[in-house]
Design a protein around this ligand. Structure first.
Ligand SMILES: [Zn+2]
Length: 288
């Protein structure tokens, strides 16, 4: 039987390569139903097909079967499939469907930053910015690498609510979770500036702690328009440094897949190169 299954699997691969996807899919499904030793490999192929067709409910079904056959959790990818469903629903402004899917994602993978981030996005779109802030903060708690994405989302929601207490509390929580995170230092400097205080000491302290391009950029943007800079004849120099920094930013890779090393310019939840889920992260913009 193993021989026959092997032949069947080979045949399915041939059909797939010939573009006869219906036939290869049929063979793979038979291997799964027959509980063949090739069932896990067949399921991986079926999952890849469902992913290509963006048929997330089908992908969830196959991944669930794979988990039970292999006795190995597929929670990470299943959570991403629910997030894909949530994003599709959000794009159609079906907020309840989207929220349900995002919560299912979280129930499969409690450590999914994406699931909480999405819940925040859904609440924000629904006109619940204060509730959205809570979700964004809880997403940031899981992984500091997402602060660069989550802090602007939090700031945007706080601006809508216009409640200084909400904003102060959110950033107090974020600072307690990730003390001295450069993104939070930049945000703190902007808040000081909005309150009519000098943001330079904050930025200087941040640069001493952990110099990043974003911090340096904020620092230069701050000193560039100052009259002291002008009176010292330094405005053109500051502007040139600022421009050089921006050019550098464009030439440096922003994201990287932890699994295969692919460096895309934008975030992908599924790596276009190795097809892994959730392996692409922002590269830290630390200087040195
Ligand atoms: Zn990859």
């Amino acid at each position: 039987a193993r021989h026959a299954d092997a032949a069947r699997f080979e045949l399915a691969v041939d059909y797939q390569q010939a573009g006869l996807l219906d036939r290869s899919e049929q063979y793979w499904m038979e291997l799964v139903e027959g509980r063949s030793p090739f069932a896990p490999a067949a399921l991986e192929e079926l999952i890849a097909l469902a992913e290509q067709g963006q048929d997330w409910p089908q992908a969830i079904t196959w991944a669930t079967q794979l988990a039970s056959i292999k006795g190995q959790s597929q929670a990470n990818r299943i959570a991403h499939y629910h997030c894909q469903r949530a994003e599709q629903a959000l794009a159609r402004s079906e907020f309840d469907v989207a929220m349900k899917a995002a919560k299912q994602a979280q129930s499969h993978d409690g450590g999914s930053v994406r699931a909480r981030w999405l819940q925040g996005q859904i609440l924000s779109r629904q006109g619940e910015p204060a509730a959205a802030v809570t979700r964004f903060v809880s997403a940031a708690e899981l992984d500091a690498r997402f602060l660069e994405d989550l802090v602007p989302a939090i700031e945007a929601c706080c601006a809508v609510v216009d409640d200084p207490v909400l904003q102060a509390q959110a950033f107090e929580d974020l600072n307690a979770m990730h003390p001295n995170a450069p993104t939070l230092v930049v945000a703190a400097a902007a808040q000081r500036r909005a309150q009519g205080e000098d943001p330079l000491p904050t930025l200087t302290r941040g640069l001493k702690n952990a110099p990043t391009r974003a911090l340096l950029k904020a620092f230069l943007a701050e000193i560039e328009p100052r009259p002291e800079t002008e009176s010292m004849g330094m405005r053109a120099s500051a502007a040139a440094m600022h421009a050089a920094l921006e050019r550098m930013e464009q030439s440096v890779a922003a994201f990287r897949c932890e699994h295969c090393g692919f460096t895309p310019r934008n975030r992908f939840w599924q790596c276009p190169s190795c097809r892994q889920w959730g392996t692409i992260h922002r590269l830290p913009d630390q200087i040195g």
